[in-house]
Design a protein around this ligand. Structure first.
Ligand SMILES: [Zn+2]
Length: 81
């Protein structure tokens, strides 16, 4: 029974939240290295987070700091590593 389910990887809670409530917000930031605009998808289900995102233009890692509430980005900043 259920052979087809073997190897199926269930989504974790955060992924489900993003799917169900559409908490992924796209925003544009300016790369601190090359100054080009870069589109980021921010998970607004997390109140405060920072992570590294590679610039799609120059490929350098920019540090992204985001404060948000569900469905809305309150503030976002990027800085050079
Ligand atoms: Zn860049």
């Amino acid at each position: 029974m259920n052979e087809a389910r073997r190897g199926f990887k269930p989504l974790d809670a955060a992924a489900w939240a993003t799917l169900l409530w559409g908490m992924l917000e796209e925003t544009i930031v300016e790369c601190p290295y090359c100054g080009e605009p870069a589109a980021l998808d921010v998970d607004t289900s997390v109140a405060e987070q920072s992570y590294y995102e590679d610039c799609p233009v120059c490929c350098k890692p920019m540090e992204v700091f985001v404060r948000s509430r569900p469905g809305e980005i309150l503030s976002i900043s990027v800085s050079a590593d």
